[in-house]
Design a protein around this ligand. Structure first.
Ligand code: ADP
Ligand code: MG
Length: 609
């Protein structure tokens, strides 16, 4: 079995190594366990069920919310030599009937179905005589109304699964789920003792930036000017803004398409396809655009307005850099965005006004606003929001690169530790807040009534900003100079390494937000040119685009940019060498190998290394 999954990974998908989490999920599914996997966009969730689908006997059903996504996935699978199909409203009745008949005949290994179709009477045919070993729910957060993309049709999934006499393994995948949403997924989909895996939300290749420009249009245009020839999305919160920005960009010579729910279906599809097929590099859109867009070479996502919560923001911004290349996620913030969002939340037309839900949404908006205005590490804020512990400094966001500087914290560390030392001397134990209050010299009743102002370290850090004090304290705990125990009321005490600070006077330094006034960062610069063979890359892209046009599929279905880059690095000249390129499996090798190696040979002859 072990051999098999690795063999499939290489032969069909062209990869030599599993990414984080993939193998565990595949193993769990193959051992018959239900799975709930929370992995960030671009982490490679599809492989986690596609490989088991090829190993398990029968037809795997995948429920997926968006038509464009299904088409893309089926294209990609067919391109890799895996028989797959989809059932959704884009098919004519005849195509629909043929596909269903094909599925029942056993023509496919993977069948994508739109949730709206699940309870149709004819779906019962899948259960008759056909073995359905596994049902996969993609974008599983759509079952929860506490998420940001609730789809009532997802509630039919549990009933659909019950239709089969032998219960299929159920696997749920999502990129964003807070604890509440995770609980909903398990409950509503009836997952049985699922294997839970969260690989973490961090996406290292994404740069996060917040700007508060006096003139958003100017900032946007300047950014685009610096990123010509790259593909990106500009999100706006209203249709009107989409229209205006799209007109502005076109007027300045940027090829941009628009997308919002007010356009007719035909134009929406056309614009989306133009973007996916790289005919139009820029998309200006409302949040109606993007779910199910797996375009891998999106280099930036700019939010012209602030979205209403961090889940939406991270999902939308996360559409950048799926290919693992460096990409930018930039939010253009103005305080007016908060007012607009409050209005939208209070006037959400399609649901009856449910006060709890409105309050819940206002609460989420607060977190988002905090993100837009904080001086702390942006990545740490996002990860913290999803319940993950992250270092307070990532070095790859607009706050870390401009707002942080290295600080000597030797003295503050000594002060904090000696305060904890004094507290312990008195046989007392306190939580973080109380320790901070003592250091700050707080006059709170609780503190004074216990006589704590007589501790010798009382007030010795009165001048230090509370937030900063807390960051240093957390750092000292992280590094085990201090320790924290107790679950419900965790108390701070000296950690195993305390003597290094208090006795050996070890010097310490830490990246901390600058104390002076916040200065707005310049936008992230373009990636450095390096010694990359850009000219070959462009030639290979042309070849790929021609093939894509002929096959009528998006270019990245043939090869991703990452694969082309790998070719430029490895310069493969033989079939064996070509097979070592990331993303090249045996089917693609057969189909495209000689075309690409010929081109590369011609290039290396003309440009000897
Ligand atoms: P997700 O659904 O988690 O957002 P996808 O399944 O669409 O992500 O995968 C994102 C990209 O990562 C795809 O281009 C895919 O081919 C690539 N990928 C997935 N697994 C691997 C792997 N093990 N090695 C290299 N690339 C991978
Ligand atoms: Mg996906």
């Amino acid at each position: 079995m072990d051999q098999k999954k690795h063999r499939i990974l290489k032969t069909y998908f062209g990869f030599t190594q599993f990414r984080r989490g993939q193998e565990e999920i595949i193993d769990a599914l193959l051992s018959g366990k239900d799975v709930l996997a929370v992995m960030p966009t671009g982490a490679g969730k599809s492989l986690c069920y596609q490989i088991p689908a090829l190993i398990l006997e029968g037809l795997t059903v995948v429920i997926s919310p968006l038509i464009s996504l299904m088409k893309d996935q089926v294209n990609a699978l067919s391109g890799a030599g895996i028989p797959a199909a989809y059932l959704n409203s884009s098919l004519s009745p005849r195509e629909y009937a043929e596909t269903l008949a094909g599925a029942v005949r056993g023509d496919y290994r993977i069948l994508y179905i739109a949730p709206e179709r699940l309870l149709r009477e004819d779906m019962r045919r899948l259960g008759e005589g056909l073995r359905i070993p596994m049902v996969v729910v993609d974008e599983a957060h759509c079952v929860s109304q506490w998420g940001h993309d609730f789809r009532p049709s997802y509630l039919a999934i549990a009933e659909f699964i019950r239709m089969f006499s032998k219960r299929p393994i159920t696997a749920a995948f999502t990129a964003t789920a807070t604890g509440k949403v995770r609980d909903d997924i398990v409950r509503i989909l009836n997952l049985e003792g699922p294997f839970l895996l969260t690989t973490g939300f961090n996406r290292e290749n994404l740069y996060f930036g917040v700007e508060r420009p006096p003139d958003k249009n100017r900032t946007l245009l300047a950014y685009l000017e610096n990123h010509r020839n790259k593909s990106g999305i500009v999100y706006c919160s209203t249709r009107k803004a989409v229209e205006e920005i799209c007109r502005l960009l076109n007027g300045r010579g940027f090829a941009a398409a628009r997308y919002h729910a007010g356009l007719d279906d035909r134009e929406r599809h056309k614009n989306q396809d133009d973007f996916i097929y790289d005919r139009t590099p820029l998309m200006v859109a409302t949040n109606a655009f993007g779910m199910g867009i797996d375009k891998s070479n999106v280099s930036f996502v700019i939010h012209y307005h602030m979205p209403k919560n961090i889940e939406s923001y991270y999902q939308e911004a996360g559409r950048a850099g799926r290919d693992g290349e460096p990409a930018d996620c930039i939010l253009l913030y103005s305080p007016q965005d908060v007012r607009i969002n409050k209005f939208l939340i209070a006037n959400n037309g399609d649901t009856e006004k449910d006060e709890t839900l409105v309050n819940h949404n206002l609460e989420l908006l607060k977190h988002m606003t905090y993100y837009a205005t904080t001086d702390d590490c942006l990545r740490a804020h996002i990860l913290g929001y999803f319940g993950e512990n992250a270092p307070h400094f990532c070095g790859n966001c607009s706050n870390c690169t401009t707002q942080f500087e290295n600080n000597d914290i030797t003295i503050p560390a000594q002060k904090i530790l000696s305060c904890v030392y004094r507290i312990e001397q008195r046989g007392r134990r306190f939580g973080k807040i109380m320790v901070i209050n003592i250091l700050k010299g707080s006059k709170s009743e609780k503190l004074l009534s216990q006589g704590l102002e007589s501790i010798s370290t009382y007030g010795i850090m009165a001048e230090t900003d509370v937030h900063r004090l807390r960051t240093i304290l957390d750092y000292l705990i992280e590094k085990e100079y201090l320790a924290q125990d107790g679950d419900e009321y965790p108390v701070v005490r000296l950690g195993p390494r305390w003597e290094e600070i208090l006795r050996q006077k070890k010097p310490l330094s830490l990246m901390l937000p600058k104390e002076r006034e916040r200065k707005k960062p310049a936008l992230a610069a373009d990636e450095p040119p390096g010694d990359f063979r850009e000219d070959l890359f462009i030639q290979l892209k042309e070849l790929r685009n021609r093939l894509a046009q002929k096959a009528r599929v998006p270019a990245y279905i043939i090869f991703s940019d990452a694969s082309l880059r790998d070719m430029c690095r490895k310069l493969p000249q033989t079939p064996e060498q070509f097979l070592t390129v990331s993303g090249v499996g045996s089917v693609k090798m057969e189909k495209y190998g000689s075309l690409f190696t010929d081109r590369i040979n011609a290039y290396t002859e003309a440009n000897p290394p």
